[in-house]
Design a protein. Structure first.
Length: 399
């Protein structure tokens, strides 16, 4: 069994140990030590990183026999070794995990919402709360209360005992495991069985910010950050808000109202633009129909347009085929988009199949697309070939 040094001292940055074994496994080296300060992935908290004998430790895991396994990028000889912990990663995990204990305890204290799971992620952490509903009031009160406890700089201590002894001491979560167990106690706030690394005082967590809330099956998932992460997030939010204010030529507090005004204006402009586009399509459809040549299939409108968007081509095709006995073969020189359509149910156009026509015509130009008998659309990779494609389709139709 590996002696876990972090159980008693989470602030241990370097330690001496003995390499018991080192074996190759899946391109890495699997190392067992007699003692370690490296935390293995467990309980929602990721593993530590660092070095053993100067060799990078890429992963730390807990084996079935509860020993700690270190995975290295190179071989390590049996015997004495010096281990060093990546402190920036360790202190970050300590801040997030201690913050989680506080936040979970506060939600239980204020609203009787228990935490059912915890995950410490690369950028933020989450807890899943069992609650009928969580609203803004809950979040604001819990966040404020948690930060009050952080600013009070309460002592965080480690205690050991059997499951019965911890239960009698007021540990809030029952543990089924036997033997001596470890628990974390935050003065006057929480007693919780936990094997993770934690701060010595709540003040070291700095600040906790709740970032997001979402419904997840039978629970509510709450995203939060603590300590240096909270500082980085707050700084990032400030820079984003400042950039937005500069672009909008307003003060930071006015950004939401300025964006709202812009969205309203955009909606108004979009509506006006659609009306103008409709009028343009009506006008262009009349002009194209007037110039269309009659054939055995009906009037064939074959045209390549300079600036047509895919949506405009579909609209124009709809306008054209609203008339009797019309086949529309349209392409955009700007995008390479193509639309083939015909009047539905028209006797003269009954022999044509727009889906088959589009596939046959586009094949020569490396195009793709499809649809139904009366309407098909697609595109060609070289928009400059729009005129040639239209001519090809027209030739197929007229024989």
């Amino acid at each position: 069994m590996t002696e876990r040094l972090y159980y008693k001292d989470s602030y241990l940055r370097a330690f001496d140990a003995n390499v018991i074994s080192c074996e190759p496994e899946s391109g890495r080296w699997k190392v067992h030590l007699d003692r370690t300060a490296f935390y293995p992935t467990s309980g929602g908290q990721p593993h530590d990183t660092g070095t053993l004998g100067g060799i990078p430790v890429v992963e730390v895991a807990e084996a079935e026999d509860h020993s700690v396994v270190h995975y290295l990028s190179a071989e390590l000889r049996p015997g004495p070794v010096r281990g060093e912990i990546d402190w920036s990663r360790r202190i970050d995990h300590m801040q997030q995990h201690t913050g989680q204990h506080l936040l979970s305890a506060v939600f239980l204290e204020l609203f009787q919402f228990p935490t059912v799971s915890f995950h410490l992620g690369r950028e933020s952490s989450t807890i899943d709360l069992q609650a009928p509903e969580i609203v803004v009031r809950h979040i604001e009160q819990a966040e404020r209360r948690t930060n009050e406890v952080i600013l009070e700089d309460r002592v965080v201590t480690v205690r050991f005992g059997t499951a019965q002894e911890l239960e009698e001491a007021g540990v809030r979560k029952k543990v089924e495991r036997e033997g001596i167990l470890r628990a974390i106690e935050i003065e006057g706030v929480d007693r919780q069985p936990c094997g993770g690394t934690h701060l010595a005082r709540t003040g070291e967590a700095g600040l906790l910010l709740i970032r997001k809330l979402e419904r997840r099956r039978e629970a509510w998932r709450l995203e939060f950050v603590c300590g240096y992460r909270a500082l980085a997030m707050a700084r990032g939010d400030f820079e984003t808000l400042s950039q937005a204010a500069t672009l909008l030529s307003c003060g930071s507090p006015a950004v939401p109202s300025a964006i709202s005004k812009m969205l309203d204006e955009r909606k108004t402009q979009h509506t006006a633009s659609k009306k103008l586009e409709e009028r343009l399509a009506d006008h262009e459809a009349r002009a194209l129909l007037a110039a269309a040549a009659n054939s055995a299939l009906g009037r064939i409108v074959a045209a390549a347009l300079d600036d047509a968007t895919p949506a405009y081509l579909a609209m124009l095709a709809s306008k054209l085929t609203a008339e009797a006995k019309v086949i529309a073969v349209l392409a955009s020189r700007a995008t390479g988009h193509i639309v083939f359509a015909q009047t539905k149910g028209a006797a003269g156009a009954a022999a044509a199949d727009m889906n088959a026509l589009l596939r046959e015509a586009a094949k020569e130009f490396g195009g793709k697309g499809g649809g139904a008998k009366d309407f098909a659309q697609g595109s060609i990779p070289v928009p400059a070939q729009a005129d040639a494609l239209v001519a090809k389709a027209r030739g197929i139709l007229t024989g």
